[in-house]
Design a protein around this ligand. Structure first.
Ligand code: DC
Length: 220
């Protein structure tokens, strides 16, 4: 049996990586794993279980998560978490989650827990996995890596246009400077700056790069 393929798609908030990841997964018929949504789901359940104050203590987070029923479910090609039978999706962009996710994503316990889940998903299916450290830490050996970027002004503009109050610059700064799995481009990733590119152009570049590496849409 051929091993499953992983396309790693990293980059800062609002760089366009989620859109490219989704379109690539559709074109290639791969599963889609938005790792940021998994971190957000964990932040959400920790807020719920700690009386909405959240926790800055890794030990407290570990205790809560050890007694949480964590499952992966698929909605079409997209994987998401189910936590104690609840679907966290409607809550993932709430301000409390925006603020707390950078804190809890630094806990090695959380990173290992989710890392194991990403690996078990990728053992079963070809996947596009998007995030911050997918090509550097989670799947360093995959030959298919992208780093999607855009200027800070353009990224803040995109979030505002979505009606969101997410302070991307501040979150990026924390994600980039942290000691554990900081946001950084893998040296072997193809970098695409989307500041002045339309989504079709970004997708065409990504597909051309993958085709050169032997990954093509079915039937082409
Ligand atoms: O992609 P996003 O903005 O929804 O991610 C939310 C947060 O999750 C981000 O601020 C840091 C964390 N994260 C991470 O630490 N590692 C990943 N691979 C993906 C996200």
């Amino acid at each position: 049996m051929t091993p499953c393929r992983v396309i790693a798609m990293d980059g800062p908030a609002a760089s366009g990586k989620s859109t490219v990841a989704r379109l690539l997964a559709d074109r290639l018929d791969f599963a889609l794993v938005n790792s940021g949504a998994f971190y957000r789901a964990i932040a959400w359940v920790l807020l719920q279980e700690s009386g909405h104050s959240g926790t800055s203590e890794e030990d407290t987070a570990r205790k809560i998560l050890e007694s949480t029923n964590i499952e992966v479910v698929f909605e079409g090609r997209s994987a998401r978490l189910s936590l104690n039978g609840q679907n966290p999706t409607p809550h993932l962009r709430e301000p409390g989650v925006n603020a707390h996710v950078s804190v809890i994503s630094q806990f090695p316990f959380v990173r290992n827990l989710l890392g194991d889940i990403f690996h078990s998903l990728a053992a079963e299916r070809d996947c596009v996995v998007e995030g911050r450290d997918i090509g550097t830490c989670v799947f360093p050996d995959t030959p298919y890596k992208f780093y999607i970027d855009a200027s800070p002004e353009e990224r803040q503009r995109r979030r505002a246009a979505e009606g969101q109050t997410d302070r991307v610059a501040e979150r990026d700064r924390r994600d980039s400077l942290r000691a554990v799995a900081p946001l950084t481009a893998a040296p072997d990733a193809l970098r695409i700056d989307t500041t002045h590119l339309g989504i079709e152009e970004v997708l065409e570049r990504a597909l051309a790069h993958l085709a050169a590496a032997g990954v093509r849409p079915q039937g082409t």
